[in-house]
Design a binder for this molecule. Structure first.
Ligand SMILES: O=C(O)CCC(=O)C(=O)O
Ligand SMILES: [Fe+2]
Length: 652
């Protein structure tokens, strides 16, 4: 069996997390560090820690929310329907195998009458969970083995939400079907959570299980086992989610977990009958649990290289190279691409296609050993997406074929308007770092990123937000902060552009994007793009390359497509060229040697949905200006060559 002692509850003296007077009190300081260390160890070894709160009072908000919701779930259907919310992912919902009541911290109340009571109880539990989760996040950062300024992660969260302004986190109280024959329902599927940390509470001792690798086994062949997480009054499980794992460069792994259908204590039969789609759930009896998912705010820039810079725990270059800096929204797209099914959104899946039923035991066991791994796409189930995203995916499934872009597992569906993934170098450049060398040097880019000073969180991010805020020291380097603020704005603008022009861009990309990363450039004159808005921007400041100087035809005019037109079809060989942003989209083009490179550069910009004015291209370590209409031949490109793409900020 797996190591049960690691699931033994870890005592949590809650006021320790507030860090008020640690320094003058050595014992408290030691107790805090010991707690931080144990928390990290458990999350590192098994992705989950069980906490035992030191006072009933500490657990009271959770207990009240669980009780109130248990009453609610046992009430009449009319009461439940009164708690529905127009806001996706909030209020009452029925999912296959469970009922849910969900709320975001600070969200305005939904429903009326009795459902206001539930809302108020859930809000209190939200506040308590949010505060605790932030404190735990700070504690993880401050464990000596990681030794990271807590502001690097806390600064990616939203400000502690105010009433009326929903925060990024979400609290879900669920009642599961107690029937073993419902074990195949979506609610019981093994899944990863996509947030930072999830806190789970339940009055029932059993029900939640995590997959852990067998004791003393490591490596790909290590057996994995499902182990009960012992909960019950006064206890909370802390689960590592995808966003945290990503932000830490894979140093922690998201934990695979599931719920088992188990009867709660016998309860009076509810007045309401079963609700369609959740047989037996509406009738009472199933386990009730509360899960609070702490999430990065959507416009935070999650930059593993910056976060881990200077940390005690070293992350290998390949683990960082496979995790480019991404806005949270793009990170969620990436997650969704590898976790296509959500346990909290009723996905339409045929019975025979239930991926969790077929999954081999251990198929997604925690990574062996402490060494962070390059991110591998997994095809599992996610915890929650909200209706909007589910609707979008349904639309995509029925619509244009999603293009697959990017060696780093870019999100399927990006071509149809999803938040695009921005390549490592693109993001690095947008954040104000100067990329150097050829793209092939992933390590070089990583080193560039790693050597830049003070890049450790979003520009102007609040430091040490929330309880246990870690002292609120300035993690951001001031001289760079303005630049990074501007850079972050650029990233956000790109994302907004992607959202606004998603459909149009997908349509525009359709002739060239063929459902793979190989793109044929249309050689017809009408396919030529208008000169980039930035035409000429590069000319003055960029020294010509040696090749440019040696090429007689280099420089100056040439209308779009001009060079390509006088080539006899079929008489000219073609070249395969790849444009790539490091760790990000990689698109292959087939062109004639005389085709102006502007065509493929423009096509690339359309595909990754970035503004051409901000796009920069490099070949062989030298920047070139596509608007000069030079061809691959003129720049000395050969079959199989790679062009680097990155973004640059004007004037910063
Ligand atoms: O109910 C539980 O114990 C866990 C719930 C869960 O994993 C989730 O909501 O993501
Ligand atoms: Fe979960």
């Amino acid at each position: 069996m797996a190591e049960p002692q690691l699931l033994a509850p870890l005592k949590l003296q809650q006021d320790l997390l507030e860090l008020n007077d640690l320094v003058p009190d050595e014992d408290r300081g030691r107790a805090y560090i010991s707690f931080c260390t144990q928390l990290l160890t458990r999350l590192q070894q098994q992705g989950v820690a069980v906490l035992e709160l030191d006072s009933d009072e500490g657990f009271s908000a959770f207990a009240r929310a669980l009780d109130t919701c248990a009453d609610f779930f046992a009430s009449q259907q009319s009461v439940k329907l009164g708690a529905q919310s127009a806001v996706p992912g909030e209020g009452y919902a029925v999912r296959p195998g469970k009922e849910l009541l969900a709320v975001r911290p600070g969200a305005p109340a939904w429903g009326s009458g009795r459902s206001r009571t539930q809302h108020a109880a859930l809000q209190k539990a939200c506040c308590a969970s949010d505060r605790l989760a932030r404190g735990l996040l700070a504690a993880l950062c401050r464990s000596p083995a990681l030794d990271l300024h807590s502001g690097r992660l806390l600064g990616l969260l939203d400000d502690t939400p105010l009433l009326g302004q929903a925060g990024a986190g979400v609290l879900r109280v669920a009642r599961y079907s107690p029937h073993p024959e419902d074990a195949h329902q979506l609610a019981f599927a093994p899944h990863h959570d996509r947030g930072v940390l999830t806190l789970v509470a339940s009055a029932a001792q059993q029900g939640l299980q995590v997959q852990v690798k067998q004791q003393q086994q490591e490596g790909p062949g290590a057996e994995a086992a499902w182990v009960d997480v012992p909960l019950g009054p006064g206890r909370l499980a802390v689960l590592c989610g995808y966003s945290l794992s990503y932000g830490l460069g894979g140093m922690l792994q998201p934990v695979l977990h599931r719920v088992q259908p188990r009867p709660q204590q016998p309860q009076p039969e509810a007045a309401a009958g079963a609700v369609a789609g959740a047989r037996g759930v509406g009738g009472g009896g199933g386990r009730v649990s509360l899960a609070y998912e702490l999430c990065f705010r959507p416009n935070a820039c999650v930059d593993p290289a910056g976060i881990m810079e200077g940390a005690a725990a070293e992350v290998p270059a390949d683990a960082l190279a496979s995790r480019p800096a991404l806005l949270t929204s793009a990170l969620m797209e990436r997650f969704a691409a590898s976790h296509p099914v959500s346990i909290n959104v009723g996905q339409v899946i045929k019975q025979e296609q239930q991926p969790w039923v077929k999954q081999e035991p251990g198929a997604n066991a925690p990574q062996p050993g402490p060494r962070p791994q390059p991110e591998e796409p997994v095809d599992l189930v996610s915890e929650d997406e909200g209706e909007e995203r589910a609707a979008k995916r349904r639309r995509q499934a029925g619509g244009a074929e999603a293009a697959v872009v990017g060696a780093a597992g870019a999100a399927a569906g990006e071509a149809a308007g999803g938040a695009g993934q921005i390549g490592y170098r693109a993001a690095a450049a947008a954040l104000g770092w100067t990329p150097v060398g050829r793209s092939a040097g992933v390590a070089a880019a990583t080193a560039t990123a790693a050597s830049r000073p003070g890049v450790n969180g979003p520009a102007g991010a609040p430091q040490g937000a929330g309880a246990g805020g870690g002292g609120g020291g300035g993690a951001a380097n001031e001289p760079q902060s303005q630049q990074r603020r501007a850079s972050l704005r650029l990233l956000m603008q790109q994302q907004q552009q992607q959202q606004q022009h998603g459909a149009a861009a997908a349509a525009a990309a359709a002739p060239t994007v063929s459902g793979s990363d190989s793109v044929q450039v249309n050689q017809e004159p009408q396919a030529a793009q208008p000169p980039a808005a930035s035409a000429g921007n590069d000319v003055g400041g960029v020294p010509a390359t040696e090749r440019d100087r040696l090429t007689p035809a280099a420089g100056g005019g040439g209308g779009p497509g001009q060079d390509g037109q006088h080539v006899q079809p079929g008489t000219e060989r073609s070249l395969d060229l790849t444009i790539k942003g490091i760790g990000g989209p990689e698109v292959r083009f087939t062109v004639k040697p005389s085709t102006p490179l502007q065509k493929i550069c423009s096509a690339y910009c359309r595909k990754v949905q970035v503004c051409e004015a901000a796009a920069r291209f490099m070949f062989d370590g030298q920047r070139f200006d596509p608007s000069l209409q030079r061809s691959a031949e003129e720049l000395g490109m050969q079959d199989g060559d790679v062009i680097d793409f990155f973004l640059e900020l004007a004037g910063s």
